[in-house]
Design a protein around this ligand. Structure first.
Ligand code: 4AD
Ligand code: MG
Length: 481
């Protein structure tokens, strides 16, 4: 019975020719005891189901409430009403699941806020905004695999539980089966004895699949990962999650410029894919954003609409410059002189704050920017050291409205340089013996990057808060659902 279901999206693309169909979905609204707006999640457009007056029991009609689930059979006929080309003239209506409209937590009439909808995230997919966002998220995820598959990259599943800190930033969630009540086994110096733990050592959730990705790249030539990563940074911002998804390609026989070219091509490809396959959803989100921006003062509104912005990004080259050049631009900027930055630009060597990144992208260049060659002191141990002795072959891609969307680099392939840097930064070389082995046996120049998937989804959907582009966000003090 269920496989006879026609999806509303497919149906709406057809011409009404009195075809017999079965549809199933959830009631959005029920007007005049006659017109049901039915939605099945395949599109934001509802199918108008007409329950002819007198044809159905009063008792049944009373159960057609918003959010109840229905199975309807009938004929598709040209609509007499405005706003839709077809109606489903109902012959049978079956209630699959009742729903008490007074208790259902989402009252569409009252325009629930995004913040409220986060509290009822188990139902928010049933709203137009979230349905559009998550269909676009799906399209982008699919496009990621399509892009790398077409280029012959191997999809490598890197571990989620690891013993290493790939970024060396110490922002890890511990994984343990030892008791937390104080009775865990101890070493002589009273520290916890992790040799007694499940894996016989201290382990954590991965912050990045890069190090294992490099192992794959030095065999296959080209790999990518696409998996969840975890960071216990206490950042309660609209750009940070404790659990987020990252795409990390790693390519042998590549340098920093090749890496930047790949990242730019990749970003443009997945945006184009979503534009081609999810135009209806993006148009909806674009309109939503435009309405939201009408509430803002003139100078806070974006210069471009969402669609315009995406087209602009696809059709224009990203700006490329060095960290050193960026510092000069920032230092000379009016923002810095008028003390409009919360963190003043003091000079070479400082880490860029997101306000600086956004100034470069949104005010100065007005397009995505690839910043390269950062001071080695503010970057991870694995980045390749440049000949100047001060900088590393790093690259960050900064996007309008988001800030950093990609972080990557050419990797240090020279064993002596790498171990020296690890020593300086207190990264344990014994634990990473397997990583260093790739530099001992057939080392090659190689490079890669990580794209934060949720930040990408934010960029494409125009959603302001990262919590609204992942189905069930994990953030400090919050892990509901
Ligand atoms: O710049 P990051 O830390 O780079 C790495 O992890 C490298 N191992 C990548 C590589 O070279 N293979 O993180 C990469 C990207 C960031 O640019 C950002 O988009 C995203 O991951 N990201 C986060 N997204 C959401 N919430 C967080 N807490 C994030 N931290 C990083
Ligand atoms: Mg980074």
């Amino acid at each position: 019975m269920f496989n006879k279901r026609v999806k509303i999206k497919e149906l709406l693309a057809q011409e009404p020719q009195h075809q017999e169909v079965t549809v199933m979905g959830w009631v959005r609204t029920f007007r005049n005891n006659q017109f049901i707006a039915l939605n099945d999640g395949s599109t934001n457009n509802n199918l108008q189901v007409v329950a002819e007056l007198g044809r159905f029991d009063e008792a049944l009609l009373r159960r057609i409430t918003s959010s109840a689930s229905l199975r309807v059979t009938g004929k598709i006929v040209p609509s007499l009403g405005k706003g839709q080309k077809m109606d489903l003239q109902a012959e049978t209506i079956e209630i699959l699941g009742d729903s008490d409209p007074d208790k259902y937590p989402i009252q569409l009439k009252n325009r629930p806020t995004l913040e409220y909808l986060r509290e009822v995230a188990h139902f928010r997919f049933r709203t137009n905004t979230f349905a559009a966002v998550f269909r676009v998220r799906h399209a982008l995820a699919f496009a990621v695999h399509k892009f790398f598959n077409e280029k012959g990259f191997v999809y490598l599943h890197t571990p989620i539980i690891t013993a290493s800190d790939a970024e060396g930033a110490g922002e890890m969630f511990r994984v343990t089966t030892l008791p937390v009540d104080g009775s865990a086994p101890r070493n002589e110096d009273n520290s916890i004895n992790f040799r007694e733990d499940f894996f016989g050592r201290s382990t954590n959730l991965t912050v990045s699949g890069q190090l294992e990705g490099e192992l794959g790249a030095t065999a296959f030539g080209e790999i990518y990962t696409f998996g969840p990563t975890f960071r216990a940074e206490n950042s309660n911002t609209a750009r940070h999650l404790a659990e987020f998804w990252m795409i990390e390609p790693e390519v042998a026989f590549n340098d920093l410029e090749d890496n930047a070219n790949l990242a730019e091509e990749f970003i443009k490809y997945i945006i184009r894919y979503a534009m081609e396959h999810n135009r209806e959803d993006l148009d909806f989100l674009s309109q939503r954003l435009a309405e939201e921006e009408k509430q803002l003062p003139q100078d806070k509104r974006s210069e471009m609409g969402l669609i315009e912005k995406l087209e602009f990004v696809i059709n224009n080259q990203f700006e490329r410059l060095t960290y050193t050049e960026a510092i000069e631009i920032l230092r000379e900027s009016n923002y810095n002189k008028k003390k409009k930055f919360q963190f003043p630009v003091t000079g070479w060597g400082m880490d860029l704050q997101s306000e600086h990144e956004r100034y470069l992208v949104e005010k100065h260049f007005k397009k995505p920017v690839i910043l390269m060659d950062y001071p080695k002191e503010i970057k991870a141990f694995y980045m390749r050291q440049n000949d100047d002795g001060k900088t590393v072959a790093a690259m960050d891609i900064l996007a309008p409205g988001i800030g950093e969307i990609v972080g990557g680099s050419q990797r240090e392939e020279r064993l002596d340089k790498l171990t020296e840097r690890m020593g300086e930064m207190d990264i344990p070389t014994e634990e990473l013996w397997w990583y260093l082995d790739t530099r001992r046996f057939g080392t090659v120049p190689h490079a890669g990057f990580g794209l934060g998937f949720e930040r990408m989804v934010q960029f494409v959907t125009g959603m302001g808060n990262i919590r609204d582009v992942i189905p069930f966000p994990r953030t400090p003090k919050s892990a509901e659902f």
